[in-house]
Write a protein that binds this ligand. Structure first.
Ligand code: AMP
Ligand code: FE
Ligand code: FE
Ligand code: ZN
Length: 281
C-alpha cells in the first residue's frame, strides 16, 4: 500500500479515561478499520498506552503515545493534546497522578451535590466506569446518571445537572494552557490544540504559540470540509503542524468514531520530523 492511502487517527480515548473500549479493544477496532497508526490520547492518563501497544504488536498497527490535558482560560476551557511524549517519564506520571486524584475528589463533590438533590447515585459506581483508577470525569457521571434512569440521555445529564452552568457542576483542578504546554514539552511531546471548533476561541492561538504550541487538529469528527479548510489556513498562517483524529470514545458518544475521519499518514511523518528538529538538536 503506498503511503497516500494509509490512514491514521491521532485522537483516541480508552476506558482509562472516558472511552468505553479497553486499550486492547481500541487496537483491535483500529485494525478492523484498517488504520496504520493511532495515538492513544486519554485525558490525564497514559496507562492505556502499553496495553494498546501489546495488542497491536506485530499486527501492522503503530501506537503513538499521547495524552489530552484540559486547561482553563478565564471562564472557558481548551484541550491540548501531547503527541509522541516520553510517556514513561516518572515526573510526568507523578503530575498526571495529582491531576487524576483531584478529579476523584471533584467527582466526590459532584456526587454529593446530586445526592443533596435527591439523586441516589454512588461514587463507587461512577469510579467503576473509569477502571477505578483512571481519569474520572463528567462523561462517566453522565453515563451513570443515564444508566441509573435519572435522565433520558447523556446529553440531558449535562443539560440538567453537570454542564458548566448546571447545579451540580464542580470545577476540575485548574491548570493554565502555559502549564499544559510546558508539561508536554518537558517530556519531548508535540503540543496540539485539540478540536478548535468546539472551543470557539481561535483568538487564543497566538498566545498558545507563545507558550510553545506546535500543532492544531485540523481534521476532527466535528469539522466539515469548510471548517477543516479554515483551520488549515490558520495553521499555514501561524506555521503550525497539522493533526487530525476522530476523538473516538468507544460507544461513549453514541457509536465508535474511529475510521470516520480520514487523516493521512503524511501528517504523522511531518510531526515526527518536527519532533526530531525540536528535541534532537
Ligand atoms: P470533564 O473533563 O470531567 O469536565 O469532562 C468533560 C468531558 O465531558 C468532555 O471532554 C466531553 O467529552 C464531555 N462533555 C462535556 N459537555 C458535554 C455535553 N454537553 N454533552 C456530551 N458530552 C459532554
Ligand atoms: Fe473525553
Ligand atoms: Fe477534548
Ligand atoms: Zn478527546
Amino acid at each position: 500500500m503506498n503511503s497516500t492511502h494509509k490512514y491514521i487517527d491521532l485522537h483516541v480515548h480508552t476506558n482509562y479515561s472516558d472511552g468505553t473500549f479497553s486499550p486492547e479493544e481500541v487496537s483491535r477496532y483500529a485494525l478492523e478499520m484498517k488504520l496504520t497508526a493511532i495515538a492513544i490520547t486519554d485525558h490525564d492518563c497514559v496507562d492505556g498506552i502499553l496495553p494498546a501497544m501489546e495488542e497491536a504488536k506485530a499486527r501492522g498497527l503503530e501506537i503513538i503515545p499521547g495524552v489530552e490535558l484540559s486547561a482553563e482560560i478565564a471562564d472557558f476551557e481548551i484541550h491540548i493534546i501531547g503527541l509522541l511524549i516520553d510517556w514513561q517519564d516518572p515526573w510526568f506520571n507523578e503530575q498526571l497522578k495529582k491531576i487524576r486524584n483531584a478529579r476523584t475528589e471533584r467527582m466526590r463533590k459532584m456526587v454529593e451535590k446530586l445526592n443533596e438533590m435527591g439523586i441516589g447515585i454512588k461514587l463507587e459506581d461512577v469510579m467503576a466506569l473509569s477502571r477505578d483508577k483512571g481519569a474520572v470525569g463528567r462523561l462517566h457521571l453522565a453515563r451513570a446518571l443515564y444508566e441509573g434512569g435519572y435522565t433520558h440521555s447523556i446529553k440531558q445529564a449535562f443539560a440538567r445537572f453537570i454542564g458548566r452552568t448546571g447545579p451540580c457542576y464542580v470545577k476540575r483542578m485548574i491548570i493554565s494552557p502555559k502549564e499544559a504546554i510546558e508539561m508536554i514539552r518537558r517530556v519531548k511531546g508535540i503540543p496540539i490544540f485539540a478540536h478548535p471548533r468546539i472551543m470557539q476561541h481561535d483568538e487564543v492561538i497566538p498566545e498558545l504559540i507563545n507558550y510553545g504550541l506546535m500543532g492544531i487538529e485540523v481534521l476532527h469528527i466535528d469539522h466539515n470540509s469548510s471548517t477543516s479548510n479554515h483551520y488549515k489556513q490558520l495553521a499555514q498562517k501561524y506555521g503550525l503542524l497539522l493533526s487530525g483524529g476522530s476523538d473516538c470514545h468507544g460507544a461513549g458518544k453514541g457509536y465508535p468514531l474511529m475510521g470516520k475521519v480520514e487523516v493521512p499518514y503524511s501528517f504523522l511523518e511531518t510531526i515526527k520530523e518536527a519532533k526530531k528538529r525540536e528535541y534532537e538538536k
